[in-house]
Design a binder for this molecule. Sequence first.
Ligand SMILES: Nc1ncnc2c1ncn2[C@@H]1O[C@H](COP(=O)(O)OP(=O)(O)O)[C@@H](O)[C@H]1O
Ligand SMILES: [Mg+2]
Length: 247
Amino acid sequence: MLQFVDVSKRYAHGAPLALSQVSLDVAEGEFVVVLGRSGAGKSTLIRCANGLVSPSSGEVRWNGRSVTAARHRELLDLRSEMGMIFQQFHLIDRLDVQTNVMVGRFHDLPLWRVLIGSFPAEVREQARQALARVGIDHLAEQRADGLSGGQQQRVAIARVLMQRPKLLLGDEPVASLDPVTADVILKLLKEIHQQERMTTLLNLHDVRLAKQVATRIVGIRSGRVVFDGPPDQVDDARIREIYGAAE
Ligand SMILES: Nc1ncnc2c1ncn2[C@@H]1O[C@H](COP(=O)(O)OP(=O)(O)O)[C@@H](O)[C@H]1O
Ligand SMILES: [Mg+2]
């Protein structure tokens, strides 16, 4: 479904490789968690998946189509099949929750509708359902910036559900949340993964959480894949391999 073929990335001339010859094949239905210490290349990997970052060499393919070679319209087209959630939620603060969720339909609505907030009844109804799905339909009219972190991430997940993506990407989606909320949000993502059959690729830095939700764990260290296997193989020795000795 999503293939990284010998992908390397160097951000600047003379800088170290952020990714080094990464080859990975994410199959439909997997829940892949990428683990690694800060600076290992996790965000770079996730961002290469949807072309937010271009590899310096190698190629990313999506269902056989090259993300790396895609430009403009074709890239937007590929991206419309991939949803993304972020550590900092990326909501539009001054807008209410429901409007933030409806923005998830931007791929197939005329831009003017999104800009003036004029959404068809069918989209409004779909947004209500997405909010109910993530357990916060009662917050639909509230401004996004008045919500807690956990609530904001629920809004971002509802927005992604509107998009009906085939692949969900997440760049540290629970890193800004307290441990209890992080747990709840990850469980929600796991539930959505199972119920909507949404293939998921996200990075986390909490090994315990990763083992709870992942069907497969990829460990990266200094831009290289140093582990790729099922969660039950991630023991203390593997963790040391992925994270390195404490400094
Ligand atoms: N936009 C950027 N410009 C220059 N260097 C970057 C950029 N993004 C990341 N890097 C560098 O690439 C390496 C990998 O970073 P990143 O993918 O953000 O790692 P992680 O998400 O695992 O913390 C780091 O050395 C980081 O400093
Ligand atoms: Mg990162």
